[in-house]
Design a protein around this ligand. Structure first.
Ligand code: ZN
Ligand code: ZN
Ligand code: ZN
Length: 162
């Protein structure tokens, strides 16, 4: 399992982008998936900043680069990335974020900074915790949970205090 990337703090971001792209590349090769230029580019755009981005924001970037100006291009690429776990959808913001833990199966929880829009992906265990215990008691099988918390990241807390 890969170390949790401390994206709110200083980190080797070039390395973190390269790791995520390489992991996506490996996954596509192993599973005979087509990592087309637009899919690759959308993942790079999402990885560039650890920020949630809306489909239209991504579409604007693709258009600037001449990779297609039709919304379906961006939606199809995002759909592919989310389906294969390279990106996640943040329901609260109706936006997308690149996954920083592509190597393992995980149930992400998101910490969303309402001031700078940066999002950190934390890993949670759906079997543990209150929801998991309640499910076990009632014989319910959890297939999917949505965990999103909104607040202030350390940088914005500091800026507010200054
Ligand atoms: Zn990074
Ligand atoms: Zn993830
Ligand atoms: Zn912030």
């Amino acid at each position: 399992m890969r170390e949790q990337v401390e994206v709110f703090g200083a980190h080797d971001h070039a390395g973190c982008m390269a790791d995520a792209m390489a992991a996506a590349e490996r996954h596509c090769t192993a599973n005979k998936l087509q990592f087309t230029p637009s899919r690759r580019r959308v993942l790079e755009i999402l990885l560039r900043e650890h920020k949630a981005m809306g489909a239209y924001e991504i579409l604007d970037k693709l258009r600037e680069e001449g990779l297609g100006s039709q919304p379906p291009v961006a939606y199809r690429a995002l759909d592919f990335l989310v389906t294969h776990g390279f990106a996640h959808r943040i329901e609260r913001l109706n936006a997308f974020i690149a996954c920083t833990r592509t190597e393992d199966r995980h149930t992400p929880a998101f910490l969303i900074c309402r001031s700078c829009d940066r999002v950190v992906e934390a890993d949670t265990d759906p079997e543990a915790g209150e929801l998991g215990r309640a499910a076990k008691r009632t014989g319910f099988i959890i297939e999917r949970t949505v965990r999103e918390a909104e607040g202030l990241c350390p940088r914005c807390v500091e800026r507010n205090a200054a």
